[in-house]
Write a protein that binds this ligand. Sequence first.
Ligand code: NAP
Length: 315
Amino acid sequence: MSENSTIQKTVIILGSGCAGLTAAIYTARANLNPLVIEGKQPGGQLTTTSEVENFPGFPEGVDGFMLMDNLRKQSARFGTEFANDLIESVELDGPKKILKAGSRTYEADTLIVATGASPRLLGIPGEQQMFGGKGVTTCATCDGAFYRDMEVAVVGGGDSACEEALFLTRFCSKVYLVHRRDELRASKIMADRAINHEKIEVLWNTIPVSANEDENGQLKSINTQNTVTGEAGELAIKGLFIAIGHIPNTQPFAGKLTLDDEGYFIPENGSQVLTNVPGVFVAGDCADHKYRQAITAAGMGCQAAIEAERWLAEQ
Ligand code: NAP
């Protein structure tokens, strides 16, 4: 594929997580020869998870990378093509949906946007090195069971942080909830549950400032700082769960598709996947800040593909 080329397709799917690849399987099996533009994290968020135990059909669990690789192969088997590009701008007004990545242009009759959401990270030293399998994670549902009988910390003060902390009490011996203020942002019921749980200790006015590794490269502690007094501390923990919100990957679509205040797509007409632009569909975490599960994203990918097929048939 040359740098200055224009690529024309019937169906383009933006994103290669569970939603995008499921949409690819369905549209490929409908002989629509889709092109998946994989983006900056081919395979999406699951590729950073060591083991997935809650995706139906895998009684022993499945490695996240393996699951995504299998979805990719399954979609390729029916004729899906792949490109690796970061789309910078889009034009959705005309009959062709136009996507631009540098000097390359993509044109599609129909577009499925499944660009996902990226967990917001702290940006502290050690976080990146130990992310995904070495003690730092953003998903208690995915990784909590690996920290059985261990002490862990959750960072954040919203509903997600409380939910993650409460979920982790099922496995962990102790859960520190590290919050930068003296009041939780979470709904009262969630906050009360977390504060009153015997295994949860809230560290108020506290932020992590570094994540420290042991001789095997695994997390052994975090250094903390009190946001009021400036006092430094160290917390010996095996798991650091970051729950400080997500950033939906929808930036190129601002002003073109309807977004809520946080930047998530707002689907139209009571559907989960229709948008305000005919022929453009959304699926997965970029349009879902509530469930955010692999299986729900796959379900939305399937819906978007079926809607795209029907829309093309009507044209
Ligand atoms: P959120 O409500 O935006 O909360 C993010 C939390 O992270 C806040 O407490 C914030 O602190 C903290 N934070 C942000 N950046 C930080 C940083 N750099 N360092 C340290 N702390 C930082 O996000 P969320 O909890 O993911 O919830 C998102 C939405 O989903 C909300 O509307 C929530 O109600 C909803 N949700 C609902 C449920 C449920 O009902 N069961 C479960 C999960 C999520 P400050 O408070 O100081 O700003």
